[in-house]
Design a protein around this ligand. Structure first.
Ligand code: SF4
Length: 384
């Protein structure tokens, strides 16, 4: 569908978009990596928050700065030092994964004109003091954003930002609802391009595109029923894997990725204290792997998604050397085994070796397929 193709182009042209947004608005672009950035605050200050997306490109610099890290962190370091992100005026790092902190440190030390802020975010989102700590951190961040943008973040501006972001979350949830039926109208790769575009585009603009897209999607001729997969693991930066899955006759119908469904799953519930409302939203979002330690929410959340989306199998795809997703795997594997949900685990970097991955995925799908009676036609009389 033509409307869906535009999102792939938006991801490809995201750097040009950021440059032209700056030229058009005179505003500042704020880059961030980990999952807990309260984007509404930056948006209310008139900035464009963009998530940094890692991409493999010729690398001659990152090895001097960053040693033995995961590939997304290496790639981002390389992109920053090579000038790809020169449009970024502000870089905010919210406490989450160590490798991303290294990217932040390199950017901070190599570019003195870059405006930077490190924000602490608790490792225990359910702790009784978590909301107070988060609100006090938000106050500091808010002050810095006001200084850098030269704008006071008023309650009205915050309310507007919260309304735009909540609308965005609701629109994405509506598309996810369309993926719950057996013959879905959207493929996993198409959805992933929407999600990636969503993270590098002004949300008000994105909302207009999603509002135009949804009625067309609802009228779209559904695809054939296919094996239904869920994708979990490290965050992703392309839809290559989903495309590979589709070439094998299956479809990714849901995910639990930090920059996938977890990025928009819950809304801000407005209240008089706007910073507290934001704190509850970010503390209450599906945990990132880093924060899922003392009070584990991820296994149950993932299980509920497998049920709601009638998943036939789960792909756990981890970036090489990704420590948050390496250390929590045992809890997910245990849950999936106990509940007899087939899964396949593999590691990758920001590139995906197509032949090897195809063989592995093909093997997994061949194991899952015989048990999936609905595709064979369970409703047909059995001929022996
Ligand atoms: S892939 Fe894992 S280790 Fe690397 S930046 Fe992402 S969360 Fe951190």
């Amino acid at each position: 569908m033509e409307k869906l193709d535009q999102f792939k182009e938006m991801v490809k042209n995201r750097h040009d978009y950021a440059w032209s947004w700056k030229a058009r608005t005179g505003g500042k672009v704020l880059g961030y990596c980990p999952p807990y950035m309260p984007e509404e605050l930056a948006y209310a200050a008139g900035m464009l928050p963009v998530r940094l997306l890692a991409e493999q490109m010729p690398d001659v610099v990152s090895a001097k700065w960053i040693y033995a890290s995961c590939y997304p962190a290496k790639n981002m370091t390389n992109m920053i030092l090579s000038g790809v992100y020169d449009y970024m005026d502000v870089f905010v790092n919210i406490e989450d994964c160590q490798w991303m902190f290294n990217v932040f440190e390199v950017a901070m030390h190599t570019n003195p004109s870059l405006l930077t802020h490190y924000m602490f975010f608790t490792d225990y989102p359910e702790a009784p003091t978590a909301k107070d700590v988060t609100v006090s951190e938000y106050k500091v961040l808010k002050g810095k954003l006001e200084t850098w943008s030269g704008k006071t973040i008023t309650d009205e501006a915050l309310d507007e930002a919260i309304a735009i972001y909540n609308t965005n979350r609701r629109l994405l949830r509506r598309i996810y609802e369309l993926r719950r039926v057996y013959r879905t109208v959207i493929l996993g790769s198409e959805m992933m391009y929407i999600l990636l575009a969503n993270q590098v585009t002004d949300k008000a603009e994105m909302n207009r595109l999603l509002e135009e897209l949804i009625p067309e999607l609802e009228k779209h001729e559904p695809f054939d029923d296919r094996l239904r997969l869920m994708l979990i693991g490290s965050e992703t930066y392309s839809a290559e894997l989903e495309e590979l899955v589709e070439s094998l006759g299956a479809n990714v119908v849901v995910d639990e990725l930090d920059n996938g469904s977890s990025s928009f799953w819950n809304e801000v519930v407005p209240q008089k204290d706007r910073l507290l409302a934001l704190a509850f939203r970010y503390l209450g979002r599906p945990h990132s792997a880093m924060k899922d330690s003392n009070w584990r929410r991820r296994p149950q959340h993932i299980f509920e998604l497998t049920e709601d989306y009638m998943v036939d199998g789960v792909l756990i795809v981890k970036q090489l050397l990704c420590h948050p997703h390496g250390s929590d795997n045992y809890a997910l594997w245990k849950m999936l085994r106990e509940r007899n949900i087939p899964y396949h685990f593999f590691e990758r970097d920001t590139t995906l070796p197509p032949d090897e991955t195809k063989i592995r995925l093909g093997g997994f799908l061949d194991m899952v397929r015989p048990g999936v009676t609905r595709i064979r036609g369970w409703h047909q009389p059995l001929v022996i």
